[in-house]
Design a protein around this ligand. Structure first.
Ligand code: ARG
Length: 273
């Protein structure tokens, strides 16, 4: 009899250890995260655990998303955390190339994309967008001694952009592919401007300010290239999440929390309107 009890205890102990370790894997490990993504298991959960909202971003875009102390932080990360809280979900953020976000949404390896992403017609063909939560502006970064003074001067110049962004799309349309050099992120495009590989960089104004501030000898032209709306991208077949996200955003707006997050990163006087 004693032996049977001891055996039962051992089994219970072993089972609880397994439960514990799978718990840990879920909350922390990125490797685990990637496997989850590949199996298309973005919203899988254990019965008694909170559901996970898996967000995709491209953390090279301060102050919307960037890496600090090995963690993804910024406006989008905080807004997503606030949305997840409203939805009673855990938030998991996956960092990827900007161009991979929409495919990841359509393949359901992520639930939502927040990446200072501009709403445009082409993207609307593949994903739905939430209500807009911020404004964006495309600006031009040049060297302080540049001969480029207005948008008209961009003709025939070598323009650096972040691949797949609206800056890339506009410049390719307006000035031709041969004049546009694509980089995987804005910091690399800015570095290329400093060392003379490109004559200017077209990018969103807030990251532009951050890149100019962390480099010497660069400035942003006073004229803006395009005004845009940022929104969260969600799979077309996930209307339920779209509605929940819009409701959460509306609440965050009316509670003043959305503004509080944005103002924390973008001082009011510097805000693009
Ligand atoms: N607003 C631009 C776009 O939607 C650039 C966004 C880039 N975002 C990023 N996280 N790198 O195309």
């Amino acid at each position: 009899m004693k032996k049977i009890i001891a055996l039962m205890l051992a089994v219970v102990f072993a089972l609880s250890m397994i439960a514990c370790s799978s718990d840990n894997a879920k909350t922390t490990s990125t490797a685990e995260t990637k496997t989850e993504a590949k199996t298309g298991d973005a919203d899988s959960t254990n019965k008694d655990e909170k559901k996970t909202l898996v967000m995709g971003t491209s953390a090279n875009f301060p102050p919307y998303e960037y890496i600090e102390n090995e963690e993804i932080t910024g406006i989008d990360a905080e807004i997503a955390a606030a949305i997840a809280e409203k939805l009673g979900m855990k938030l998991e953020i996956k960092d990827m190339e900007f161009e991979s976000i929409i495919p990841a949404i359509t393949q359901h390896s992520i639930d939502i994309g927040l990446a200072g992403m501009t709403v445009n017609e082409e993207r609307l063909e593949s994903v739905n967008f939430s209500d807009s939560y911020a404004k964006g502006v495309q600006v031009v970064i040049v060297t302080e001694d540049s001969s480029i003074a207005t948008i008209d001067d961009l003709e025939g110049k070598k323009i650096g952009v972040q691949s797949g962004t609206t800056g890339d799309i506009y410049c390719t349309d307006d000035y031709g592919q041969e004049n546009v050099k694509q980089f995987t992120n804005g910091a690399l495009a800015t570095a290329a401007l400093k060392n003379g590989q490109v004559d200017c960089v077209v990018i969103d104004s807030e990251p532009a300010k951050a890149f100019v501030a962390s480099n010497t000898g660069l400035k942003i032209l006073k004229t803006t290239y395009a005004d845009e709306d940022y929104a969260a991208a969600i799979a077309k077949d996930n209307e339920e999440l779209l509605k929940k996200v819009n409701d959460a955003l509306a609440e965050l707006k009316s509670e003043g929390k959305l503004d509080a997050i944005i103002n924390k990163y973008i001082p009011a006087e510097g805000k693009a309107e």
